[in-house]
Design a protein around this ligand. Sequence first.
Ligand code: WT7
Length: 655
Amino acid sequence: MNEESIESTLHEERLFPPPAEFSAKARIPDRATLDSLVQAANEDFEGFWAAQARAEITWHKPFKTVLDSTNPPHYQWFTDGELNVSYNCLDRHLQDKADKIAIIFEGEPGDITTFTYHQLHQRVCRFANVLKAQGVTEGDRVVIYLPMVPEAVIAMLACARIGAIHSVVFGGFSAESLKDRIEDAEAKLLITADGGHRGGRIVELKAAANRALKEGCNSIQHVIVLQRTGHDIDMTEGRDLWWHEAETRIDGNCEPVWLNAEHPLFLLYTSGSTGKPKGIQHASGGYLLGALTTMKWVFDIRDEDIFWCTADVGWVTGHSYIAYGPLAAGATIVMYEGTPTFPDPGRFWKICQDHGVTIFYTAPTAIRALMKYGDDLPAGYNLSQLRLLGTVGEPINPEAWMWYHCIIGGERCPIVDTWWQTETGVHMIAPIPGAVPTKPGSCTLPLPGISAAVVDEKGHPITTPDRGGYLVITKPWPSMLRTIWGDDQRYYDTYWSKFGSQYYLTGDSARRDKDGYFWIMGRTDDVLNVSGHRLGTMEIESALVAYPKVAEAAVVGRPDDIKGEAILAYVILKGSRPTGGVGKTLTEELRAWVADQIGPIAKPDEIRFVDSLPKTRSGKIMRRLLRTIARGEPITQDTSTLESEAILSQLQGKE
Ligand code: WT7
């Protein structure tokens, strides 16, 4: 978040109490009920989480140990308990919810498919047997590279059923990114599709998978291919098989494998400060518990709700609030394959209307993008079923919040601004909609059992209202990451070195106002937040310098009205600095290259070719200075290391 928007939220004084009609029916109907939960967690932290875990999860073998802190920061939860996550998402609903709709799927072309819990259970069991037939067993890694279709959820749950560890790779990532992730996870099996529908075009998933597998990925033994688009693709005999063919002659019964609560459920790769994405590793029991409690506390989920989270299953939001959370809670979800603007920007509102969505969860960037089309567009749809709205992924500016509140929510729906991360697994700081008054732009207060603080450089809590600092989590929590796959050292270094193994470092900066409300200010590391997607500046830089013509590159973020942050790359080419038309052609070449290396989301919005970059005496790129320049703010830093005035105007994009 840039300083300008910090300024604008600093003056944000509006307070929106929970609507009485909402609170009257809410699971947590008032502040006193919430306070008693928070207090229970403060008084007996382990007792609180143990009670939640017993109430929410169906255990095969009950746990005795709640939190094991003997080897920090490798905290473990419910370690001696046994469960199966797919059992908790499916089998346990079969008695009273077998015919309840679990998934309403709408493809981008308009095709609609529904699955009851009974049907979903059958599909998952059958596919779990397909996985077994391909030699997948407990602990094996399976990479899922699929469009936003129900089979993505089926594949995840099938892995969970047999104890295989899935790693979903977002369909918008390139062949190169897919390959890196497969290799890091040493995955045995890849599940992909011929393609998916997005923005009226076909996303060529199988073609990308073929490219990834051509250059490496030696651990992959088989590829299962879902037929979605039906267009021609290349299949490799002996390695690739069609999903629908693999399912014929396969037994439909599959008993869940009972697993230790700490058994890894999934890996999900995310960007950090270095070039290489890290495989965030989540465990089974604690993660499931967090997914369930937040569905109830933050989303106030009820049996009759139609819950729609617009995220992709390739991100943690899709894991927790498309797959695991809602299904474990026995809810009905909507799943949509395509973009919000296809065939027109009314698509989201039409889906809400057609399927009677009651809880709608999306990203601020989507709200800002749709807001641009004006108030008449949503007014053309019946949105009266909506009762709760949510946002995630980046700070929401008060203007977008107000639009969401008035135009989409009809001033009747509370908005839950949920702060969390891939690493935290589930919501951490978010309003309880029936109990906590909201303020536009604030994620409000930590959830029961979650201890968050804003601390200074030395780790001391900041008590002055509105003074920014490091956002840390001061106690372990059940759904926390367990480590970085195969790299414990990076786990310590990234999250537990600045303030020791007591405080989990989130990487965000935040401030608390006079009421104790949290306001997220932005990242403190070299991570960008572009349209709610997390990208490392180093990741984009290494992609750029991998291009033969590039000598050096520095990437910074700059505020953007729609995307939150836009990507600006400073590039030094081998040879002379291009100008005019040559520069334009090279810009397009480089943008295409980055899309190829990482994915279209990482394409720089602007590239400035320069003769040199500002560096400190020890040779480090002066990123802060570059950020200041990128934002067009007055320069307060020392620029004496710059070779000339001409360089400054190059950096400013003036020539
Ligand atoms: C980063 C985590 C959480 C799922 C989606 C992103 C930013 C997330 C908010 C929010 C302000 C937010 C933070 C965080 N972020 N939610 N409500 N307000 N910032 O997961 O890719 O792991 O990114 O997203 O900077 O650290 P992620």
